[in-house]
Design a protein around this ligand. Structure first.
Ligand code: PLP
Length: 394
């Protein structure tokens, strides 16, 4: 497996993660030079004219704490421009609203976080009249068939929530760039540590920073990174002026703080997830395990190629009734039932029991099996996690 340390960025990933939020807001040598970018809560700054030496005038438009995080996010993704949004959904919706006009054409992977699916079906298609075409993006040819020169955006998520499907970002970008169509990739499940959509050819990398980037389940946020100046200008206008959709300084501070330990956490998440995936694969009450790190995952080779690790998310199909499944969840001590993912603590979710309204039954998008269990594997002691699962499984 290739490690992120082999990448060609100027500094290696772990160094960037730790050291990239020094205070850049003051050029005065007499002022303290904080090792940690300080928290600027001020909504406004002294500002006399456009020629003012201050870089920041009003915090909706720009704020030093947010600027430090946005630079940090761009560096981690190996991109030019970073933007920090009020949530992952804010990052995704702002990207779509900025790039796809009413009545436009958007091609999306059919396996997606349920919130993105709802945004696409009910708002982008339902409200804006965009022609949204869902395709099984595991096969790049399906994207090739759907895209044409009138397409405004390709949307992909990889690995997907909760089915852990992948799409080949490089092949999709090669196909769609022939038509000049931008590709946006929601890379939340991998985090910037294990996957670099821009290096693979995508135009836009998106994250819910709520998950691995913050990593401590105490902030909701989203990020977009792009190398494309025009896309950045459009998104920055929508974020700062059109929609006012930016991350608060305090949340920026929390995410920047979380990022410093992202590499260490991701290695640990992955190590624990691999052990749990093997345990589940061998268990007779588990019908199938979906973890890209397992050789049995149908897209394991693609995962090994386009990711530098397999992250800490997995799902499996429980072999039993819903009543038995509920008893299994009740019996768990260390896996808290709940939504969200990517924090240091282990969480478990059964979409059909916990979010039944949001579970896709497969009309336009990929079907979620009734007994599917999704686990966000935390960084607790792996032996304790395995023991807990063994004890609770019937
Ligand atoms: N993208 C993925 C893959 C997600 O799993 C989620 C939330 O679970 C989001 C986006 C939305 O992020 P947020 O809850 O921060 O709006």
């Amino acid at each position: 497996m290739t490690q992120r340390d082999n990448q060609s960025h100027e500094k290696r990933f772990r160094t960037l993660a730790v050291g990239s939020t020094k205070d850049t807001s003051s050029s005065e040598k007499s002022e303290p030079s904080d090792v940690v970018a300080p928290l600027h809560l001020s909504s406004t700054f002294e500002w006399a004219s456009e020629n003012d030496a201050n870089k920041h005038d009003y915090s909706r438009e720009s704020n030093p704490t947010r600027a430090a995080l946005e630079e940090q996010l761009a560096r981690l993704e190996g991109g030019e421009h970073g933007l920090a949004f009020a949530s992952g959904m804010a990052a995704i919706s702002t990207t779509m609203l900025s790039l796809v006009p009413p009545g436009g054409h958007l091609v999306s992977s059919d396996s997606l976080y349920s919130g993105t699916e709802k945004l696409l079906t009910e708002f982008v298609a339902g409200h804006l009249g965009v022609d949204v075409e869902f395709v099984d993006a595991r096969e790049p040819e399906n994207v090739a068939t759907a895209v044409d020169s009138n397409t405004d955006l390709i949307w992909a998520e990889t690995p997907t929530n909760p089915l852990m499907r992948l799409c080949d970002v490089r092949s999709i970008a090669d196909i769609t760039h022939d038509y000049g169509v931008p590709v946006g990739v929601d890379s939340t499940f991998a985090s910037p540590y294990f996957q670099s959509p821009l290096e693979l050819g995508a135009d836009i990398a998106v994250h819910s920073t709520t998950k691995y980037l913050n990593g401590h389940s105490d902030s909701i946020g989203g990020a977009v990174v792009t190398d494309d100046d025009e896309i950045f200008e459009n998104l920055a206008f929508a974020q700062r002026i059109g929609l006012g959709n930016m991350l608060s300084p305090f949340d920026c501070y929390l995410v920047a703080r979380g990022i410093k330990t992202l590499p260490a956490r991701m290695e640990h998440h992955q190590e624990n997830a691999m052990a749990i995936a093997h345990l589940l694969e061998a268990h007779d009450r588990v019908a199938s395990v979906y973890y890209p790190g397992l050789e049995s995952h149908p897209q394991h080779n693609l995962a090994a190629e386009q990711m530098s690790g397999y992250s800490g998310m997995l799902s499996f199909e429980f072999d039993g009734t819903l009543v038995e499944l509920e008893a299994f969840i009740d019996g768990l001590e260390l896996f808290t039932p709940g939504a969200s993912l990517g924090g240091v603590e282990s969480l478990v979710e059964v979409p059909s029991l916990m979010i039944p309204d949001e579970v896709s039954h497969g009309s336009a998008t990929a079907e979620i099996p009734e007994t599917l269990v999704r686990i966000s594997v935390g960084i607790e002691d792996v032996d304790d996690l395995c023991e807990d699962l063994r004890t609770a499984l019937p």
